[in-house]
Design a protein around this ligand. Sequence first.
Ligand code: SF4
Length: 262
Amino acid sequence: MMNSGIIFKIKKYAIHDGPGIRTTIFLKGCSLDCWWCHNPEGKMPKPQVMKADHSPDGKQQAVGKKMSVEEVISEIEKDIIFYDESGGGVTFSGGEPLLQAPFLLAMLKACQEKQIHTVVDTSGYAPDEVFIEICNMIDVVLFDLKLMDDEMHRRYTGVSNKKILKNLNILSKLRTPHHIRFPLIPGITDTDENVLSVAKFVRELGSVSRIDILPMHRIADGKYRRLGMQSKMANKQPPSPDEITTIKRQFEDFGFSVIIGG
Ligand code: SF4
């Protein structure tokens, strides 16, 4: 097991990343390259620099640092009182947390020893043996499902969805509770065809009762600028409340309970 990982953010008092009040640990690195990624600073596995916020003189800030399991656990432990009172815990997000599987496993073991509730937010893009090992150690999996058409998936995320769908099938047969997270991206994921295919696929799994809709937003625009990266969504508008309600109803018609924002 690896005793250290590369973390790019630790968010305290998170309320949209699983039950209760949580600390979300963002692990750096992702194999996907989604057009709409809200955490572009989490894509590259190694630490990097970006222009500091509100810094006209071009000051730079570090993004990502190596932290040991003990260091992360001591951050997490500061908030144990909030987890206990709210039914919360720790969420591992990214980037793609499964990309740092040995570190994640060591973190999960340490959380288990301290009886801290754990959630992972994953794209599902990982070797199946790694995926199974981690899912068997976690309390809840938030599984991102974006596009059912493989060609579209390759075009908008850079990878095939075959491994992702296979892992979702595997997850449906494990005992670990899981929800689906669906990014609502106008003109890309929100077509009737895609929404219905996602709904049908997930219903057939028989293991999921809840879908969280994550509407696209523009909050990350500044981060793309500060990283010197071009956002591929620069000309896209976020979905309107009516559009979000329409997609919500489409999923509800399939019997899912749907939460906006997770
Ligand atoms: S899977 Fe998530 S972290 Fe990775 S590129 Fe896509 S949106 Fe970003």
